[in-house]
Design a protein around this ligand. Structure first.
Ligand code: FES
Length: 107
């Protein structure tokens, strides 16, 4: 990894309800922020198999996975791992934290 990482304020996504996800672009990164049963998490939102936006995919809150809408590879939103073919490469996962009513992401 190159460059310095910073905690970025993304408190606008605190409005996401359980089971909702939304898009966040930062520099050249295309990220999705999700509310999984009240816990916020973030990952890249472009499938690692082909250029498809995973916010159009299927979110499974209890299994913490998102499934690509094109060829149906699922990704673990904790580790980023691709759980089934055709995708093989993991998604990048970004650490998040809540601090003084702010939601922060480490990018
Ligand atoms: S584009 Fe996502 S699995 Fe093929």
């Amino acid at each position: 990894m190159t460059g310095t990482q910073n905690w970025i304020d993304v408190s606008q996504f605190l409005k996401l309800r359980k089971g909702e996800m939304d898009e966040f672009d930062y520099e050249d990164k295309k990220i999705m922020i999700l509310n999984l049963n009240g816990e916020f998490c973030a990952s890249d939102r472009i499938c690692t198999h082909a250029y498809v936006d995973l916010t159009g995919g299927i979110l499974n809150e209890s299994e913490r996975t998102v499934t690509c809408p094109l060829h149906l590879s699922s990704f673990d939103l904790k580790s980023g791992s691709a759980l089934n073919l055709p995708a093989e490469k993991p998604l990048e996962i970004y650490p998040m934290k809540k601090e003084k009513n702010k939601l922060l992401i480490l990018i």
